[in-house]
Ligand binder design. Structure first.
Ligand code: MN
Length: 748
């Protein structure tokens, strides 16, 4: 064959493919804009002239194939078809978006630009680059959904022709398809495309397993079709006699879905019972609702075959988030096997096959806030509050792509869609960010549950809030939706930032008050070293949070003097079991710090010298283990305050000379009063449960308690007597394990 002959054959093949595209287009309900499609085709053909795909065919065959998928399998119109024909022009030739805009107008050029932006593939070399690309993809998608639909068509054709790629590329492209494009197609309601993408990905990722399952499917084929005919005939007869216009087909499960079932259930191929399903697509009559007619067909079928009571799926009353509607029923076939029958109208079928595009076609024009529109709105919202960390963002988003949905109800009966595994807290955030941030518990089917409660389909959920409630760090562990996660993270980021600012300010003021502003850097450095911190910001944050005290800043500058005290008291106390410790007044002058006529600047607090040498301040009620400071009052008495006590801070600011450092050396001989507050969900017996833990298990004396409950939330206050902070902490840890307890705090 000469080159000219070969050229001739190729040109004919290209023309045939284009004619087929126009045929596909003419069969749609779209307006007949053959002209722009033809111009786009001729332009792209000329632009890609001389370039071949890896398979050897002229490059233009690829955009043509993508355009055909766009019209035939997704059902889009002339703008999308033209954009599909032009989708690789900017990426692969010398033409620019501006060139396209001047020839084809703004809309088409914009879609091509979107496609060019995301052409790099979601998975670049680095995780962060991947995630950035992914964000771009979502951004373009939320601007014009057609971009992603064409991108999916592009990917589908590349998957169909993946065989001509080298194996390592096959592997990567298949992985990416499985990871992001199949779920996206699913979310957009493109069910057959999703199935094909999954199947093809699986085929290239696990060629051997794929071949095995395919062989088994083929081996059973004849028997399966026989069985199907026996099963279907009585149904066909019945529906015909009732006057329905319908088609009934056998559906064979895809290799990938079979494999998925085999691996999740850990069963052999032979035990996958639903390899075969039947699908009835009917034209509803106008005088009755589609829903009623579906149930009438259900009734007709179940008068022949017995239905499985737990396998009815009503996607008509509550369509899936991707718009899917149908009635699924599983019945016992003639030979005792379960067979699923899907019942759909033509409209429902169209939506199931072509997803979004079909969905819009059937839009009534009235207020339409379909689940899909809501989903796209969610994406937009997520993009408006993106995670600073792009990888996190991708994970957050992916959570929602893969999730299967459940439907739950608000107290007013409104339906809310949530991913499977979502908690009451997710629900709260879905209602409103403010509700999420202030929630304290929930009622599910009128029963009180904690926020971590995992919702089930059909639950009726009511969120209980309190203006005082604040998010807890562990909340991040029990939210699963992207929205709740991103809002919580934003909250904690904000909180951290505020703590940083506050801490920095506190430190500044303290240094000013002590006249140590010049020593700022030294002090910050020392504090960072002492607390094993790398960054000043972390230090500020911990100061702002109250985790690091700034009460002894001056001491940081006098390491030697401090260490004399430290060494003295440490050696003095070590291995010393005697209860009474009175170093301050010890007769052993060799151990006594040099007094030089001044009063001691340090005190060891023991049971023995309590109320003789020191008293515990009534204003802040310190207990052993608290960070404390001593203040010598006018009578020479030492009063022990908590370091953050207002009174102590006051004295410190005005008369720093009267301050003493103090340390505890207690032996659990005495108890000290503390007040705690407990908040949570009011369930039966919660108070008894708390008392059991406190007095029985921890042997802590409860002196007084008061509880009240409003709207299912209780507030409790208790006066306890404890040995020290350690004992209190152990108690808190235990109480926090009770699901219904929302917060437990010590009252300052
Ligand atoms: Mn392409």
């Amino acid at each position: 064959m000469t080159t000219e002959e070969q050229e001739q054959i190729e040109q004919e093949a290209i023309q045939r493919e284009f004619d087929a595209l126009l045929d596909d287009y003419r069969q749609t309900a779209h307006r007949q804009k053959i002209d722009i499609i033809t111009r786009a085709f001729l332009f792209a053909k000329q632009a890609h002239n001389g370039v071949r795909r890896r398979s050897g065919e002229p490059y233009i065959m690829h955009p043509l194939a993508v355009a055909r998928i766009v019209v035939k399998e997704i059902g889009l119109g002339s703008t999308s078809i033209s954009a599909a024909l032009l989708h690789d022009v900017v990426e692969d030739t010398d033409y620019t978006v501006e060139d396209l805009e001047s020839i084809f107008g703004h809309k088409i050029a914009q879609i091509v630009e979107g496609l060019t932006k995301i052409s790099g593939g979601v998975f670049g070399e680095q995780a962060s680059a991947q995630a950035e690309n992914f964000r771009k993809l979502l951004l373009t998608m939320s601007e014009d959904i057609r971009v992603i639909l064409i991108k999916i068509a592009d990917r589908l054709h590349n998957m169909r022709t993946l065989g001509s790629m080298p194996p390592e590329k096959q592997y990567k492209i298949a992985g990416e398809t499985q990871y992001i494009y199949a779920p996206l197609a699913h979310r957009l309601g493109l069910f057959p495309i999703k199935t094909e993408l999954e199947d093809l990905s699986f085929k290239y990722a696990h060629p051997k397993t794929y071949a095995e399952i395919e062989a088994k499917l083929n081996a059973d084929k004849a028997a399966r079709l026989d069985f199907y005919e026996n099963f279907a005939q009585p149904i066909r007869d019945k529906l015909t006699s009732l006057g329905y216009k319908f088609t009934m087909n056998a559906r064979i499960k895809s290799v990938y879905s079979i494999w998925k079932k085999m691996s999740t259930r850990q069963i052999p191929f032979e035990e996958v019972y639903d390899v075969l399903a039947a699908r009835i697509i009917f034209e509803p009559s106008m005088d009755m609702s589609e829903k009623d007619q579906c149930w009438m067909i259900y009734s007709a079928i179940t008068s022949i075959y017995h239905p499985h009571p737990e396998r009815i799926r009503d996607w008509i009353s509550t369509p899936k988030a991707n718009g899917y509607e149908a009635l699924h029923v599983t019945v016992m076939g003639p030979e005792g096997q379960w067979v699923e029958v899907q019942i759909r109208t033509v409209r429902m079928h169209d939506i199931a096959e072509k997803g979004l595009a079909a969905h819009w076609k059937y839009k009534t024009g009235e207020q339409d806030d379909s689940e899909l529109d809501k989903w796209i709105k969610t994406i937009k919202e997520l993009l408006q509050h993106p995670e600073p960390n792009a990888v996190d963002f991708m994970d957050t988003f992916k959570l929602n792509l893969f999730a299967q949905e459940i439907f739950v109800f608000t107290p007013k009966g409104e339906i809310i869609t949530l991913p499977q595994g979502a908690t009451a807290l997710d629900f709260a955030f879905l209602l409103h960010t403010e509700i999420g941030l202030h929630s304290i518990g929930a009622k599910v089917n009128h029963k009180l549950v904690p926020l971590s409660y995992i919702l089930k389909g059909g639950d009726q959920v009511e969120i209980l809030t309190s203006r005082k409630a604040k998010p807890q760090a562990e909340w991040l562990d029990y939210v699963t939706t992207a929205k709740a996660q991103s809002r919580l993270k934003a909250y904690f980021r904000r909180q951290k930032h505020n703590q940083e600012m506050r801490g920095e300010e506190m430190l500044k003021t303290a240094l000013q008050n002590l006249g140590l502003t010049e020593k700022r850097d030294t002090i910050i450095h020392k504090m960072m070293v002492n607390n094993h911190l790398q960054q000043a910001r972390e230090l500020y944050q911990q100061i702002g949070q109250g985790a690091i005290s700034i009460d002894n800043l001056a001491a940081l500058l006098k390491p030697k003097q401090r260490s004399i005290f430290d060494r003295f008291f440490n050696t003095g106390n070590k291995d010393d079991d005697s209860i009474v410790q009175t170093e301050i007044d010890s007769d052993d002058t060799s151990k006594k710090p040099k007094d030089n006529g001044k009063k001691a600047k340090h005190i060891v607090l023991t049971e023995a010298n309590l109320n003789t040498e020191y008293e515990l301040a009534k204003c802040c009620n310190p207990i052993p283990g608290d960070e404390v400071v001593g203040c010598r009052n006018a009578d020479g008495k030492i009063i022990i305050h908590k370091q953050n006590c207002e009174t102590a801070l006051n004295i410190k600011a005005k008369d720093g000379k009267t301050l003493l450092t103090a340390e505890w050396n207690m032996h659990r001989l005495m108890t000290f009063p503390v007040t705690i507050e407990i908040r949570g969900i009011d369930k039966m017996g919660i108070v008894i449960q708390l008392l059991e833990i406190i007095s029985e298990k921890h042997k802590i004396n409860v002196q007084d308690l008061s509880f009240d409950a409003v709207d299912g939330i209780f507030n409790g206050s208790m006066h306890l007597r404890v040995h020290d902070t350690q004992q209190l902490r152990q108690l808190f840890d235990e109480i926090q394990k009770i699901k219904e307890i929302n917060s437990i705090t010590r009252v300052e």
